[in-house]
Write a new protein. Structure first.
Length: 333
C-alpha cells in the first residue's frame, strides 16, 4: 500500500501546458524513495542496472525483479531514459531511469584541469567548455524522462531526483545543474507540441516534483527555482516561449518541430525532444536502426548501430542489443 508523501514544499509554480491545462511544478525537501505519485525518475548510469547512492537504494527498495528488468535494457546512453514497473516499491507504479552526464573532470582522462586547479585563463576556459558540452545532455535526460512519462499509461504525477547532482557533478555549481533540469522540464510542459495520438487530457502530466534530499541540495534548488520562476514561491506563470526558458532547445522546436522516436521498436511507445538537432532528420521516423560496416586501420570490420537518440545525437558504438521499454504503453484508437 502506498504511504503518505511527507515532504516540505520549498518553491511551487503553476504553468499552462501545451494543451492549455494547468501543471504544477514543485521543489520540495525530502527523499525520492518516499515520493508518492505515479512515477519517479531515478539517477542511473549508462549500465542502467545499478550503481551507488540513490540508484542502489532504488534497487533495494524495488527488489530483485527491478534489477532483472533493468538488465534487459541493454544499457542506456547519457541523455536518455528507460522506464520499468516499480515492482516492490509501491509508492509509485513506474520508475524512470535517466542518465545524466558526468561533469566531474578527470585530469588524466580529459586532459584538462578542474576549476579549482585552473591557474590560467585558458585552463578556466577549457573547464567551462567541458561543462558547456555536457549541459545539453543533462537537459536531454530530463526531456527523455518527461517523454516517457507522457507516453506511459496512467502517469500524471512525476517526481524527479536531481540528475547529475551528486558524484557526477564534480565542481560544477549545484544550482546551475538543477537549473538546467528545471528549464528543460518547463520547456517540455509548456512548449513541446501535443502528441497527435494523445489527445486525452487524462494522459497529461499535471504534477511534477523536484525532490532535494540534502540541505545543500535544498538550498541550491531554491536558488535555481528563483532563477527560473522568480522569487515568488507560489507564482502563477503564463506559458513562455521555449527559448525563454531553455536556451538549449533549438529554434525549430519553437516553430512546432515534431518529436522523434527513440528507436524503431518504440515507435508506438515513446518519443523524445530533439534537443541538439538543428534540422529534422531525413527519415520520417526520425530514429532508425541500421547496420553498417566501418573498417579500422588494420582492415578489420565491426558492426555498428546508428541511432538518433533522445538527445538528438548519433551514436556509433558497437551493439548487438536493441533498447526496449518495460511497462505498459499508451494506445489510442
Amino acid at each position: 500500500m502506498k504511504g503518505s508523501w511527507q515532504a516540505t514544499p520549498l518553491r511551487s509554480v503553476t504553468l499552462t501546458t501545451a494543451r492549455g491545462n494547468p501543471c504544477t511544478i514543485t521543489v520540495c525537501a525530502g527523499s525520492i524513495l518516499e515520493y508518492t505519485g505515479d512515477a519517479f525518475v531515478n539517477a542511473a548510469n549508462e549500465g542502467c542496472v545499478g550503481g551507488f547512492g540513490v540508484d542502489e537504494m532504488v534497487n533495494r527498495s524495488a527488489g530483485i525483479e527491478l534489477r532483472k528488468a533493468r538488465q534487459g535494457f541493454g544499457g542506456c546512453p547519457t541523455g536518455e531514459a528507460k522506464i520499468s514497473r516499480s515492482f516492490d516499491h509501491t509508492r509509485v507504479s513506474h520508475i524512470i531511469h535517466a542518465v545524466g552526464p558526468v561533469f566531474r573532470i578527470n585530469r588524466i582522462k580529459d586532459g584538462i584541469k578542474p576549476p579549482s586547479e585552473a591557474v590560467t585563463a585558458a585552463e578556466s576556459a577549457a573547464a567551462d567548455a567541458f561543462y558547456a558540452e555536457r549541459d545539453p545532455l543533462l537537459a536531454a535526460a530530463y526531456a527523455a524522462s518527461m517523454a516517457l512519462a507522457q507516453r506511459t499509461e496512467g502517469i500524471r504525477r512525476v517526481g524527479f531526483c536531481l540528475l547529475s547532482a551528486s558524484v557526477f557533478r564534480g565542481e560544477k555549481p549545484l544550482a546551475d545543474v538543477i537549473e538546467i533540469g528545471l528549464r528543460s522540464v518547463v520547456s517540455c510542459v509548456t512548449a513541446h507540441p501535443p502528441l497527435a495520438d494523445a489527445s486525452d487530457d487524462d494522459d497529461e502530466v499535471t504534477e511534477i516534483c523536484f525532490v532535494a534530499y540534502t540541505p545543500e541540495e535544498q538550498a541550491a534548488a531554491c536558488v535555481a527555482a528563483d532563477r527560473v520562476f522568480g522569487s515568488d514561491p507560489a507564482a502563477e506563470v503564463a506559458a513562455p516561449s521555449p527559448a525563454a526558458f531553455c536556451p538549449l532547445l533549438p529554434s525549430t522546436l519553437c516553430a512546432g518541430e515534431p518529436m522523434y522516436y527513440l528507436s524503431k521498436l518504440q515507435e508506438s511507445r515513446c518519443r523524445a525532444l530533439p534537443l541538439l538537432r538543428s534540422t529534422p532528420p531525413s527519415s520520417p521516423a526520425g530514429c532508425r536502426s541500421a547496420s553498417s560496416r566501418r573498417r579500422s586501420a588494420t582492415g578489420s570490420a565491426r558492426s555498428t548501430r546508428r541511432c538518433v537518440v533522445a538527445a538528438g545525437r548519433t551514436c556509433g558504438r558497437p551493439s548487438s542489443k536493441t533498447y526496449t521499454t518495460c511497462g505498459p504503453s499508451k494506445s489510442h484508437a
